[in-house]
Design a protein around this ligand. Sequence first.
Ligand SMILES: NC(=O)c1ccc[n+]([C@@H]2O[C@H](COP(=O)([O-])OP(=O)(O)OC[C@H]3O[C@@H](n4cnc5c(N)ncnc54)[C@H](O)[C@@H]3O)[C@@H](O)[C@H]2O)c1
Length: 377
Amino acid sequence: MKPIRLGMIGGGNDAFIGGVHRIASRIDGRFQLVAGALSSTAEKSKASGAALGLAEDRCYGDFTEMAKREARLKDGVEAVAIVTPNHVHYPAAREFLKRGIHVICDKPLTSTLADAKKLVAAAEKSDALFVLTHNYTGYPMVRQAREMVRQGDIGNVRVVQVEYPQDWLTDPVEADGSKQAEWRTDPERSGAGGCVGDIGTHAYNLARFVTGLQLESLAADLTTFVEGRRLDDNVHVMLRFDGGAKGMLWSSQVAPGNENGLRLRVYGDKGGLEWAQEDPNYLWFTPFGEPKRLLTRNGAGATAGNQGASRIPPGHPEGYLEGFANIYNEAADLIVAARDGKMPDHLLPTVQDGLEGVAFIDACVRSSKRDAAWVKL
Ligand SMILES: NC(=O)c1ccc[n+]([C@@H]2O[C@H](COP(=O)([O-])OP(=O)(O)OC[C@H]3O[C@@H](n4cnc5c(N)ncnc54)[C@H](O)[C@@H]3O)[C@@H](O)[C@H]2O)c1
């Protein structure tokens, strides 16, 4: 089968996640990048496209021009990856969705709750698919944890501890020319949440994906430790779930020594599960009263979800890129099925998950402004 023709918005020279999306889309050979509006100016956009070897007439000055022309081409893009700063997600996605072109968009869904709602409406109105790259849901051991919770291995969930600490914003690097830091600390481009939006949403989505619990209310304490910074760089959130489970979420970008320390611990009345993104091929299972068991990626005791998301035998490490590629591979399954009007069951994060993530940010900001009062999503 021919690869799916992919376009990209953002991900120009010097960008971070665009390159990851390009690698992830190629790992299983199911996509081919054929067009792009890769940067914020027409000149940089075209130079970035040329550097990637795209045809000159498929390197566009902006995403609107690209959407209009690609929709008219016989071999135009079938899907686009949106990998710009947050405030561009909605206007770019809208242009492609309204022309029936599938969208694979990075998180958080949008920079405002109003845009998130408009994007949900645009996705619902469109025949095209919308996939949100909460990439940690693609890891084999995360899939296994989800299945173990569902099959009752840890009993009724009581406690959810999730954290995502980093340290790269410990100093005011946004004032020293770090592009990535600059837009992430600008409320106009990032949204009302800083660290809570950038990585807190990953932690929240991971907890929701694994436990399936619905949030009832939260109390958040957002802090800006670095002087002059315009958005939070550390957040502590207490979580109350439907059914009585309790949780805590910590995300920080000012915790020296932490790189991408995403970690989830879930405890039920029969046992617990512990997973850490920096050691992603392993999952601790702690049945109460028994020795701890270390479960491995694609190893003995692997669930169907673990096996299905693994590419190579146990013991050879897989990680960030392969987990990301699982999202692309499953998006390709959906795109191929959609050609025949089908919509198979899937685990991919949706536009609704994206709306929930933005509602989580909004609730954290509202709560923190009221001295960490309990608020609903
Ligand atoms: N899933 C993940 O693990 C993960 C990791 C990092 C970033 N992200 C998300 O990916 C997005 C990009 O983050 P990044 O770190 O790569 O940022 P970045 O600053 O490195 O790259 C952003 C790119 O978008 C381009 N751009 C800006 N405005 C544009 C426009 N109007 N049209 C076309 N291109 C435009 C910039 O020129 C740049 O090339 C953000 O939404 C971020 O939250 C997700």
